[in-house]
Design a protein around this ligand. Structure first.
Ligand SMILES: NC(=O)c1ccc[n+]([C@@H]2O[C@H](COP(=O)([O-])OP(=O)(O)OC[C@H]3O[C@@H](n4cnc5c(N)ncnc54)[C@H](OP(=O)(O)O)[C@@H]3O)[C@@H](O)[C@H]2O)c1
Length: 352
């Protein structure tokens, strides 16, 4: 059986779910892929645990328990790129680097891992959404997988990859790529005030701790950029027009002040929602890309349309021309995202 060393960066919601799934699926992965994932390191923003022979399952479960009780998982960690150097020095071959952080600056570690012949799996969108000059290698490299960067575990990337592998041409990409903004929009449909919908989304844990990270639209922009770059448009982030759902004047406030100030946004959202309603439409935060030109922002869409009713991504292509291919269904949540990461790890284990 193949023993695959795994270097796990990130032990938040997705990282913890992934560790649980690695332990729970040992028998399936052995039977279906003839492989065993040997987690040699788990690192968070400050600390790490390192065992070149592989951490046993009891230790992996202990690390999850430590993270849940907000404790360090070990000693202060070296920089991610140094972790790769350490793994190489320890003679680890055919390893997988799994980045389930939301951190900037991971590119040197990803490049070092690829240079060492390792596979890379990302839930972290940022390395794929940086300047094209540095990011293009990540799109060209078959040993780098990133299913969970778009669609929260729905097979969006795999589907796009198959379309492209088989010579189809992507003409237009459209979707609702944020569960959080989808929730807020559906509350607006019901006549709920924006500030109330936002507070409810925050209370349910649907938003980032600072909801402006969702409302600013950058996360959706990164997802659209990743799809567009895969489809062959070598575009930069700045080329996608982004409508933020809060004005820049509210950017400097702390989170509590911002939540209070969001009341001032209610009238304009109410006005837009009512105008849409009068025309038989609803507001949705939509991502659209065609001819290398992209936009993410609020849009009034017909009540009966897929955009109004589904969390989905659609591809209009040379083959799917008059009837676009739609991938829809539940997306996001840490377990589904982790399953997307695990699926990429298994695919690489089979291939490498
Ligand atoms: N949650 C979802 O449903 C979902 C869906 C799709 C995609 N994603 C993506 O998946 C990634 C992880 O999401 P999450 O919800 O698990 O985030 P999270 O709970 O904030 O966890 C992030 C983890 O990364 C660690 N970290 C930060 N900087 C690091 C560094 N330089 N080196 C190593 N570890 C570092 C953090 O350490 P500390 O614990 O010390 O803070 C934390 O353990 C994000 O990129 C997110 O966009 C998430």
């Amino acid at each position: 059986m193949k023993q695959i060393p795994v270097i796990l960066l990130g032990a938040g919601g997705v990282g913890q779910a992934l560790l649980g799934q690695i332990v729970a699926t040992r028998a399936q992965v052995a039977a279906r892929a003839n492989a065993r994932f040997n987690v040699v390191t788990v690192a968070d923003s400050q600390t790490w645990r390192w065992q070149p022979e592989g951490l046993d399952d009891a230790t992996l479960q202990e690390l999850v328990a430590l993270k849940r009780s907000r404790q360090p998982i070990g000693a202060p960690r070296p920089a991610p790129v140094e972790i790769i150097v350490e793994a190489c020095d320890a003679g680890l071959e055919g390893a997988l680097l799994v980045d389930v952080t939301a951190a900037k600056g991971m590119e040197p570690a990803l490049n070092a891992a690829l240079d060492a012949g390792y596979g890379v799996v990302l839930a972290n969108k940022k390395p794929l959404a940086g300047p094209w000059e540095g990011a293009q290698r990540f799109f060209a490299e078959p040993r780098l997988r990133h299913e969970s960067t778009v669609g929260g575990g729905q097979p969006v990337i795999a589907t796009l990859r198959t379309l492209l592998d088989t010579g189809d041409e992507v003409l237009r990409i459209e979707g609702q790529l944020s569960g959080t903004l989808g929730y807020i929009c559906r509350r607006l449909d019901e006549g709920t005030r924006f500030s109330v919908a936002l507070a409810a989304a925050k209370a349910h844990g649907y938003t980032e701790p600072d909801p402006r990270e969702d409302l600013g639209g950058k996360d959706v922009m990164r997802k659209l950029l990743i799809l567009g770059r895969m489809a062959g448009w070598s575009m930069e982030a700045e080329e996608i027009e982004v409508e933020s759902l809060y004005p820049s004047a509210l950017a400097h406030l702390d989170v509590n002040e911002f939540m209070l100030a969001s009341l001032a946004l209610d009238p304009s959202f109410q006005e837009r929602a009512s105008a849409a309603g009068a025309a038989g439409e609803v507001l949705r935060y939509v991502a659209e890309l065609a001819d290398g030109r992209g936009r993410v922002g609020l849009k009034a869409v017909p009540v009966e349309s897929p955009l109004a009713n589904l969390k989905y991504v659609s591809f209009q292509t040379g083959r799917y021309d008059d009837e676009p291919l739609i991938i829809a269904g539940k997306g996001a949540g840490v377990e589904m995202t982790a399953a997307g990461v695990l699926g990429d790890m298994i695919a690489l284990a089979r291939e490498m």
